[in-house]
Design a protein around this ligand. Structure first.
Ligand SMILES: NC(=O)c1ccc[n+]([C@@H]2O[C@H](COP(=O)([O-])OP(=O)(O)OC[C@H]3O[C@@H](n4cnc5c(N)ncnc54)[C@H](O)[C@@H]3O)[C@@H](O)[C@H]2O)c1
Length: 301
């Protein structure tokens, strides 16, 4: 068996989860190679939603009437390839689904989301309240890792995680949750927890030993974020979750995007009360974020 056959992409399990999502009435799967097989497979699931597949040269057709677009297309650890892919997808979206909500998974989101924004802007269809980088995996990991220490149920241990979506750009605001506040800020336990949240991806990569990344947990996180967005779009009140969006928070420092708690599609929150240690984490995140966002804009130029 080759390593290729062992590696599991995000797109296939995500297609399955979204097919079983009650709020999805219709899925259009578009991929350069596997869409027909995946559609035939997940299309047998006993949920009401319809599934259609499209070859990549039928992308324009696939986008007709679509309200929410999730983009897991890409190649792991190939930012420039991913940049080209999202650039081309964004151009097609601007033409065929200008009102759609766009959820970007293709990494690094702090590079790919600004690219999508600029392409939409050029096409005159950019609405910042409809473009999101999915950072939910950081939130999921933070809840899981913190609950492991606190002895709580992860589902009842929410942690707001802001910033970017990799390494030092991930800023968990542990002080804002009761279980997190119990971990003394700046202590060795706090440092270890923050480090684990920031670099959790490496645990999966190392354990998979060269045949994949954190694709299953990412798939779960993407489905979770999509569900929250769909519920918010349906009018459910009180849905607040971190996501990488255009934010005024650090705009004065030239940082146009920041992962921050966002209330569905309506309101971008601020950081709230944070500790000195969390402020230091934030300070470390900002230069990295700025660099990548500028790189994204330069790519489109
Ligand atoms: N945000 C996260 O936490 C996280 C975690 C893991 C992976 N990722 C990112 O998600 C992306 C996908 O990762 P993966 O492990 O599933 O990769 P993969 O290579 O296993 O699968 C990528 C899929 O995208 C498809 N594809 C490639 N180019 C395309 C195009 N132009 N149009 C349509 N489909 C196209 C491929 O056919 C394949 O099915 C990568 O960018 C990766 O870095 C993000």
């Amino acid at each position: 068996m080759t390593s290729q056959t062992l590696s599991l992409s995000i797109d296939q399990p995500l297609s399955l989860l979204l097919k079983s999502e009650a709020l999805v009435s219709n899925s259009s799967l578009c991929d350069i190679r596997v869409a027909p097989g995946v559609a035939a497979d997940v299309g047998h699931i006993d949920s009401a939603g319809e599934v259609n597949d499209y070859a990549v040269d039928k992308l324009d057709e696939a986008l007709q009437g679509v309200e929410v677009i999730v983009i897991p297309a890409g190649v792991p650890r190939k930012p420039d390839t991913n940049a080209s892919i999202v650039r081309d997808l964004a151009a097609a979206i601007a033409q065929n689904a200008p009102k759609a909500h766009i959820l970007v998974i293709s990494n690094p989101v702090r590079f790919t989301v600004p690219i999508v924004a600029r392409i939409l802007e050029k096409a005159g269809t950019y609405d910042p309240t409809r473009l999101f980088g999915i950072t939910t995996l950081d939130v999921v990991r933070a809840s899981r890792f913190l609950s492991g220490i606190a002895g709580t149920d992860p589902a009842q241990t929410p942690v707001t995680v802001v910033g970017g979506h990799s390494g030092v750009t991930i800023v968990p605001l542990l002080s804002q949750s009761s279980a997190g506040a119990a971990v003394e800020q700046g202590s060795e336990a706090w440092k270890a927890l923050v480090h684990r949240i920031q670099y959790g991806c490496d645990e999966a990569v190392q354990a998979k030993d060269g045949v994949g990344s954190a694709t299953l947990s990412m798939t779960y996180a993407a489905a979770k974020f999509t569900n929250l967005l769909l519920r918010a779009l349906k009018g459910e009140a009180g849905i607040v979750t971190p996501t990488f969006v255009k934010s005024p928070l650090f705009a004065a420092q030239g940082i146009e995007f920041f992962s921050i708690a966002s209330n569905g599609v309506a309101k971008i929150h601020d950081l709230g009360n944070i500790t000195t240690q969390e402020q230091e984490l934030d300070n470390a995140a900002l230069p990295e974020l700025k660099k990548n966002i500028e790189k994204g804009f330069a790519f489109v130029q």
